[in-house]
Design a protein around this ligand. Sequence first.
Ligand code: FES
Ligand SMILES: [Fe+2]
Length: 396
Amino acid sequence: MSVDLDLQGIRDQALRNLLNHLNDSVTDQWNEIAPFEAVDYTDPARAELERDKIFGETPFIVAHTSELAGKNDFISAELPRNKVVVVRQKDGSVKAFVNACRHRGAQLVSEESGKCRIFSCVYHRWSYDPNGELRTVTLDKTFGDFDRSKFGLVEIPVEERHGFIWVIDNAQREIDVAAWLGAEMDAILADFNVEKLVSIDPHTYRRPTNWKILQDGFLDNYHVKYAHPNTAGKMLHTNAVTLQDYGRHFWFLTGRKSVDQFIGHDVTWDESMEKHTIESCYLAPNTMLLKHATHIEILTFRPVEANPNESIMQMRILAPTVQDSGLAQEHWKKRWKKNWNFLVSILHDEDFPILDGSQRVLSSMDAGTMLLGRNELSSHLFRREVDRLIYGASEA
Ligand code: FES
Ligand SMILES: [Fe+2]
């Protein structure tokens, strides 16, 4: 699928909208305030629906291409429905498997990442090729005969596209990332050239928080100067968003404070505007991508199994390689280490305490009805997609 998306035109218009919004202290809005109940974040029955109807049916990102750079490189991941291992094949393709030995179910891979020519089970030493085929059954004369071709590792649908590795967490499904993204978002991601970047030290967090609270927290442009007054709030604007809704996924532009110099001027978008703005994408169901002038940040959120009170958040910095950056290796390393330290301190000191606290108090039996404001457009659209996936509401 491809489309001639006029990205220059979209960025031009968005930049003008953003400057007008900043001038008038307004933002793009949803058509109404939406009330909601705490139970959306605590109900085990709903969490089960989310696990199966969202993560068991839709493609989502589990890694950047560079994390599986060479053949036999693997990562393991805890997905809501399956614990998986994703492996780069000899021919350059990628396969994903349930991380369980087909003998009696021992965990095959315990490392988060590595390189392996053969997966050998720690329990009775059955072994598997990187393509999932069962290679060795130990003491097979006494074990008995069976059709080994039927007892390879169970495959999970996986696809590599736009520099990311996507899966559907369901062995019974087929994956088509382009169809899921739709023509517009597929074209936007193609424009970002993510496959030329490298993933630097991806961070995984297990949080005592519903995955939707985390996703909402990172879509939220309303909290910036209130929750981050001395960090992000100093550099970024609050409550000023201009958004393109593609029906399921969406793209939006927000401003750094330095964009103020263009308020009241007739400007068009060019690359120099990248350092004054942030282009973001919500990739349904669980991903936030932020494109900065120098790098991309990508955050993914998913529940731990069907537990409404626990999730896994992964954060990645995708940056130009040392070579492409033109920096000396040491300087490059220092630069991204500093960037990570800054992000991690905001997360731990500012975002996590607020978001974890929400989860704790939303377990209150009498929390009362709460409100999502018209200015919280991104969260309305996120909610629209989640509801559509789990309750099958009509297509946009
Ligand atoms: S469980 Fe893996 S070899 Fe027995
Ligand atoms: Fe925040």
